[in-house]
Design a protein around this ligand. Structure first.
Ligand SMILES: Cc1cc2nc3c(=O)[nH]c(=O)nc-3n(C[C@H](O)[C@H](O)[C@H](O)COP(=O)(O)OP(=O)(O)OC[C@H]3O[C@@H](n4cnc5c(N)ncnc54)[C@H](O)[C@@H]3O)c2cc1C
Length: 506
């Protein structure tokens, strides 16, 4: 398995193993944790700037959301410019408007410098409203965009066979193959002297005055700077109350009529559907995504795929669904990502999180922000994305809502546990959290009858995990840690596995 789920994503065949042979017993200028687009882009940027870097990954390069993304490259975001103006002021919204093209520019420069074949293409994007409510929303989006000088043009036609009320086209967007891209960045990183260590879990760090000691599953590493590019910070932190984990679903279809839309598309339903096309192994496929929900909050995750497929079939002449996969992203409570110095750090530990559905862009810009902070001790984005600042007003409503949901989970989990009283209630192919002799277990019975039993309490903050039938994983509804059927960590923030139990002993 090369991803943090049981399903294969469209990008996955390109995932390759990396390992550099080098001793850990040296002082590094920077240790970067996380082998997704954020970690790899940052590691390469720092290595190129003359820093001696080591990149650690708990599983393999591309294991996290970068291997399960859809890789649209947009310079407009899930947080609209109108929201940014209202909540953070026009100057900050204007700065946000610079991020997209700057990040796409970094990607283009890397592609050129390292001669990367990753199917990068400039595209137009279309945002379209399907009803009157969405029409107003679209007008609001366009109004905010125009205030920060971002071009969106009303159009009468869209290249998608979906009836719409109003639409805009947005020039100069892009798409690429994310795994081909990060694979080439890894090769460039190693060629310039960087070290990659896979299957290496970062467990905790000790930030001393002159050195950071990082404890990992492969031993201690000493570095001057530490960057957590783990999508969500491992362990317990204030950032777990300001970021909520969400799942999103993607599928790739062939179309009978070959009428593949050549551009990027987004409706304004909540949660929205997104579309693009990708050629894989000589076959053109339409990638559609949507059906997002808070992690651990959908009883039957398999149904998210049926809903997405039915929706797509309503409008497109679908022949075959070749791929279906889901992945995780993080909603920041105030709409802006958190990129920069870690709250509570003495100043040498950095993080990058809260990217919503725009992490190709925010992960890439993180490489510039963090390397600027390390090398020049400043970045033009350091204030707007400062992880120590919970920004005013904007965050308040959703902050309260997200935390109310977490509190509700604690209570609901207790009731859920009491309801199921016996291991014998489980049929083949089913999974449940069961109560047995006063303890609570997460149980999965394979079709063959083989039982996988683990303690159901997430080691991170002691919430009870829930079954994700789409990816055969146990997902924590509180902070998004995920585990496989044997309790192994798939997704942080937990750095400990679920405790495995031999069914014969229980
Ligand atoms: C379905 C879906 C579609 C999306 N589509 C788009 C899109 O079209 N455009 C866009 O811009 N964004 C999109 N996003 C968001 C984007 O994909 C992510 O924000 C981005 O991939 C995050 O990259 P990352 O490198 O920060 O994290 P990841 O890719 O998740 O990488 C983090 C890595 O850290 C490792 N790790 C974690 N903890 C530890 C530890 N303790 N020790 C060692 N390693 C550790 C993990 O194994 C993982 O490999 C989408 C998200 C989803 C879910």
């Amino acid at each position: 398995m090369y991803r943090d789920g049981a399903r294969k994503s469209i990008w996955q065949e390109e995932i390759k193993r990396f390992s550099s042979k080098a001793g850990l017993h040296q002082m590094f200028d920077a240790a970067i944790v996380g082998g997704g687009i954020t970690g790899i882009s940052t590691a390469l940027q720092l290595q190129q700037s003359g820093k001696k870097c080591i990149l650690l990954e708990a599983a393999n390069i591309g294991f996290g959301t970068t291997g399960g993304t859809t890789a649209h490259l947009n310079d407009f975001f899930d947080t609209t410019f109108t929201e940014a103006i209202n909540d953070f002021g026009k100057d900050n919204a204007q700065l946000l408007a610079e991020v997209g093209q700057e990040a796409i520019g970094i990607i283009e420069t890397n592609i050129k410098n390292y001669n990367i074949d990753c199917n990068f293409e400039r595209k137009k994007a279309y945002l379209f409203a399907l009803d009157e409510k969405q029409e107003k929303q679209l007008e609001d989006i366009v109004d905010g965009a125009s205030k920060v000088g971002h071009e969106m043009m009303y159009v009468d036609e869209i290249p998608f066979p979906i009836p719409f009320k109003k639409a805009v086209s947005i020039p100069d967007q892009a798409q690429f193959h994310p795994v081909k891209y990060i694979k080439a960045l890894c090769e460039a990183f190693i060629n310039t002297g960087g070290i990659i260590l896979e299957d290496c879990l970062a467990e905790k760090h000790d930030e001393q005055d002159d050195v950071i000691i990082l404890k990992t599953s492969k031993g201690e590493i000493k570095a001057q700077h530490l960057i957590y590019a783990t999508h969500i910070l491992p362990g317990l932190s204030i950032l777990h109350t300001t970021n909520a984990p969400y799942r999103s679903y993607a599928m790739a279809f062939s179309l009978k009529d070959e009428n593949y839309p050549k551009d990027l598309g987004y409706d304004l339903i909540d949660p929205y559907h997104y579309y693009r096309v990708q050629e894989i192994n000589g076959e053109t496929l339409l990638i559609a995504g949507g059906e997002d929900h808070k992690t651990g909050h959908e009883e039957d995750t398999g149904k998210c795929f049926s809903r997405l497929e039915n929706y797509v079939r309503k409008y497109f002449d679908v022949e075959t669904a070749y791929y279906s996969w889901s992945s995780q992203y993080y909603e920041p409570t105030d709409g802006f990502p958190y990129i920069g110095k870690l709250p509570d750090s003495k100043g040498k530990v950095y993080t990058a999180t809260g990217f919503r559905g725009n992490g190709m862009i925010f992960g890439t810009i993180s490489s510039r922000i963090i390397s600027d902070l390390i090398i020049n001790e400043n970045s033009k984005y350091e204030n707007i994305f400062n992880p120590s600042q919970i920004k005013p007003i904007a965050g308040f409503t959703s902050f309260v809502e997200e935390n109310a949901v977490v509190a509700f989970d604690f209570i609901k989990d207790k009731l859920f546990k009491e309801k199921i009283t016996s291991l014998h209630e489980i049929n083949e192919g089913e999974a449940k959290v069961v109560k047995y002799e006063g303890d609570s277990y997460a149980l999965y019975k394979e079709a063959t009858g083989k039982v996988h039993l683990v303690k159901s309490t997430c080691p991170h903050a002691k919430c009870e995990v829930r079954w994700n039938s789409a990816e055969l994983s146990w997902d924590c509804p509180c902070h998004g840690s995920r585990f496989n059927i044997n309790g192994k960590i798939l997704t942080g923030p937990s750095v400990m596995a679920l405790q495995r139990v031999d069914p014969e002993d229980s």
